[in-house]
Structures are given as structure tokens and as C-alpha cells.
Ligand binder design. Structure first.
Ligand code: EPZ
Length: 418
């Protein structure tokens, strides 16, 4: 199983390009299920999760094609498609649940495996199901599968008990072909939800309010093909900003924008970094040692939970004490024990971590437990003295495109070990 070896202690310098967003690409690939015409996505990141989603769609009978290095991917979902997603495929990637809304809306039936829990939490999909039932679907869960049928979904007023990103996306896609208007209240405001709405509008959907907590969707009879460019990955951007910040470096990230990252950039500036926004790029230069910054994760536009682990890593060597509160997932501190193996001083109490900055971290062998936890170990390994070896890096490949090449382009000493 692949491992990553990092020799720390080198400030990162230089320019790299940011890839398309994983958490926009996955729902937009599912949106192609809503029409029999070709949907063409550009700026598709080459990630393990994208390959898994492609396999899931292929399995149903979708024709998928890639077009060269940066040409993207096209999808054609014929009327003869089989609206089923098996446990074998769904168990490897929770986002597979995003086929449920589109399949039900277009084919009037769907059989989709329940995703089950994951390392960071139980992650139920009750809000997805509740919303589809409110739109008139008959839904039952049997033997680990969601079985849903409906002659045609009906527009409805939906309210989710908590802000849910993929819940909002699933219901928005379902409502695009429903009879009448749907209003989603307490909707997720994440930029990926807006990017999906833009993709659906390009396909002929009638959507307003995406990016706010009330989204209105007027259903149409049918959707058509379209070409859509996927937004940049704001979490990949934030991760490289943290890597540069913790090493005292200076980098320029292109093909991205600070407009998706206000809460993150605010914290980096509080930590002492200088951050400059350009039209299509972000520049960061860091001091020799960062100030500790406390944070609380919350739905967008507040501080993203997907950046919590990386900020725990930078606080490990910062000047002072940081308090980190995780309010979205109940088990998202798995990286703390691994950071302690590098010499970090972290105390966990429920959903709060107290990080006392130390003078230095020391390289060791550590284990990745989930995607963002593995990113935090990379950030820590870049500043630790000596060598850090990260095991189970398949977690990283799920969400970071060509990570070693990009880090090496910034001057890092990093190598994949078979
Ligand atoms: C999305 O997951 C992202 N994944 C996650 O990114 C991200 O951490 C999360 O949103 C929060 O920002 C994708 O977009 C593919 P939620 P999602 O539904 O939609 C509870 C990464 O690292 N909940 O917004 O699954 C849930 O348990 C990944 O790229 C219910 O109880 O998250 C959680 O506590 C990790 N019932 C909270 O709501 C439901 O029906 C928010 O989860 C739905 C959610």
C-alpha cells in the first residue's frame, strides 16, 4: 500500500495551478442523469473519487468519454439506463447517494445502496429521503437499499433539519424535473451548490437563490445537454495555502479565487500571513513563525470543516494556544493522535481541541484515516524535522490531484513509496 515520504523543513516557493473542485465535479456528473443529451464537463479533476463516480455511471449504462488532458469528460445517459447503484460501488464513496434524486426525477424509480457511515461520522441521509417523500415519492429502506418510486415528483416546500450540502444538491436536482415549484429552506450555501445550480441552469433548469439559504426551483418537462466548466477546488487551494504558511514560504496559486475562501484567508491573515488576491490567483507569503488561531467550523460562509485538520496542523507549531471546535461531524479529530506522534501538544475534549504550539515537530511514521486528515499530516510533515512517512495515502488520492508533483514544484522533498 502506497506511502508518502516527506523530508520537512523547506519553505515552499513558486507557482502551481489548482484543479477543478471534487465536491462540484461529483454532483455535476450525477446531473448528467437528468437528460438523454450529452453533458460536457470541463476542468474535471483526475481523482480517485471521480473515477469511482464514472464507474458507477458506466455500470448504470451511461456512456462516458474523456477528451484529452484538460478536455474534460462527456456523459450520455440513455432512456434505457438501469436506475440502480450497488453497495459494491456506493460503499467506497458516500457521494454516490447523489444519483438518487436525478434517477428518481428522470426515471420515476431508483434503487440505491445506503452509503453507511465513515471515519468522520455516522452521516445519515434521512434529510435526502425526507425531502423526496415530501415531493411525493414512495421511499422504503430495505436490506441496506433505498427503494424509491413516483409517477412524477411534485414541487413542494422543503425544510432540512440541518444544513446539508449533498442533501441540498440531491433535492435541487430532483426538483429540476418536478411538476411545479420547489422551495428548499435552510439550504446549504456552499460554492459547490452554486456551481451545480449553474450547471443545471445551463441544462435548462429554472433555479433562483442558489448561494442563499432559500433556493427556488421551477420544474420543467425535460432538460437538455450543456457544457459546463467546474469551479476551482477551494479546499485544495486552502490546503496549499496552509502548506506554504507553515513552512514560512511564499507561493502563488493560479486558476483559483479568494472569493470562496474568505473565512480561511481571514484566519491565515490573523496567523500573520500576507495574502493578495488576483483576478484568477492567490498569493501568500508567510512569516518565520505563525500566530496561533482559534476557529469553529460551521456551514458556508463560515469556516469549513474540510479545512479544520489542516489548521490543526499549522497551529501545532504556531506561537500560542489555539482552540478548535468541530460542529459539523462528530468524529473529525482522528488526525490529532497522529499529529501527537510528530510531537504535537493537543488535548481533545468532546468536539473541542486545544492545541499548544511547540517549537518543532519531529518526523515519524503516521497513518492517514480520511481525506482531510491525510492532508493535515502532509502539512505537518512539510515542517517537521527529518522524515515523515504517511501510510494509507490512498485517502489523499481521493481528493488531491498530482499532490507530489505540485509539492515538488514548490520545492518540497516528497516521494511516493510503493
Ligand atoms: C459534503 O458532505 C462534502 N462532501 C464534505 O466533504 C463536507 O465535509 C460536508 O459537505 C460539509 O461541508 C461532498 O460534497 C461530496 P452534510 P455531506 O450533509 O453533504 C448531517 C471532503 O473532505 N446530516 O452537509 O455528506 C451529517 O451527518 C468531504 O471533501 C444528517 O444528519 O455533508 C453532518 O453531521 C468530507 N442527515 C451534517 O449533517 C442528512 O440527511 C452536515 O453534513 C444529511 C446530513
Amino acid at each position: 500500500m502506497d506511502k508518502l515520504k516527506i523530508r520537512g523543513g523547506r519553505p515552499l516557493h513558486g507557482d502551481i495551478a489548482i484543479s477543478g473542485a471534487k465536491n462540484a465535479a461529483l454532483p455535476e456528473m450525477c446531473a448528467a442523469l437528468l437528460t438523454a443529451e450529452p453533458v460536457h464537463l470541463v476542468n474535471v479533476p483526475r481523482l480517485h473519487d471521480v473515477r469511482t463516480m464514472r464507474r458507477l455511471l458506466d455500470h448504470m449504462g451511461v456512456t462516458t468519454q474523456t477528451h484529452g488532458e484538460r478536455g474534460g469528460m462527456s456523459f450520455v445517459a440513455p432512456d434505457t439506463l438501469s436506475p440502480e447503484a450497488s453497495y459494491e460501488l456506493v460503499k467506497t464513496m458516500r457521494a454516490s447517494v447523489l444519483v438518487l434524486g436525478p434517477l428518481l426525477a428522470r426515471f420515476g424509480r431508483a434503487r440505491v445502496s445506503l452509503p453507511g457511515g465513515c471515519a468522520i461520522g455516522a452521516r445519515p441521509v434521512d434529510q435526502h429521503i425526507k425531502g423526496l417523500q415530501a415531493m411525493g415519492a414512495e421511499v422504503r429502506v430495505e436490506h441496506g437499499y433505498v427503494h424509491a418510486t413516483v409517477p412524477r415528483l411534485k414541487g413542494a416546500r422543503l425544510f432540512t433539519d440541518m444544513v446539508t450540502v449533498t442533501g441540498t444538491e440531491n433535492l435541487m436536482m430532483a426538483a429540476a424535473l418536478a411538476d411545479g415549484e420547489t422551495v428548499i429552506e435552510n439550504a446549504a450555501r456552499e460554492p459547490e451548490v452554486v456551481d451545480l445550480a449553474n450547471c443545471l441552469v445551463a441544462m435548462g433548469a429554472q433555479i433562483s437563490g442558489a448561494g442563499s439559504d432559500v433556493i427556488r426551483i421551477r420544474g420543467v418537462e425535460r432538460l437538455h445537454g450543456a457544457t459546463h466548466r467546474i469551479m476551482p477546488d477551494r479546499i485544495e487551494t486552502g490546503t496549499y495555502l496552509c502548506a506554504a504558511a507553515v513552512t514560512g514560504g511564499a507561493v502563488r496559486l493560479t486558476g483559483t479565487s479568494s472569493c470562496y475562501l474568505d473565512a480561511v484567508i481571514d484566519k491565515l491573515m490573523d496567523a500573520g500571513c500576507e495574502v493578495v488576491s488576483e483576478r484568477d490567483a492567490i498569493r501568500l507569503s508567510a512569516p518565520a513563525r505563525l500566530n496561533a488561531v482559534s476557529l469553529r467550523t460551521s456551514p458556508y460562509p463560515a469556516f469549513p470543516t474540510d479545512m479544520q485538520a489542516q489548521f490543526m496542523a499549522i497551529n501545532c507549531v504556531a506561537n500560542g494556544v489555539a482552540m478548535i471546535r468541530e460542529t459539523i461531524f462528530e468524529n473529525r479529530f482522528m488526525h490529532a493522535v497522529e499529529l501527537q506522534r510528530l510531537g504535537a501538544d493537543i488535548r481533545i475534549d468532546g468536539n473541542t481541541a486545544v492545541v499548544q504550539g511547540v517549537a518543532k515537530l519531529e518526523g515519524a511514521t503516521v497513518m492517514a484515516t480520511d481525506l482531510r486528515a491525510s492532508a493535515s499530516l502532509v502539512v505537518a510533515g512539510l515542517v517537521a524535522e527529518g522524515e515523515t512517512v504517511i501510510e494509507r495515502i490512498y485517502h489523499l488520492d481521493r481528493g488531491y490531484e498530482r499532490l507530489e508533483a505540485k509539492l515538488a514544484a514548490l520545492g518540497a522533498k516528497v516521494r511516493r513509496l510503493a
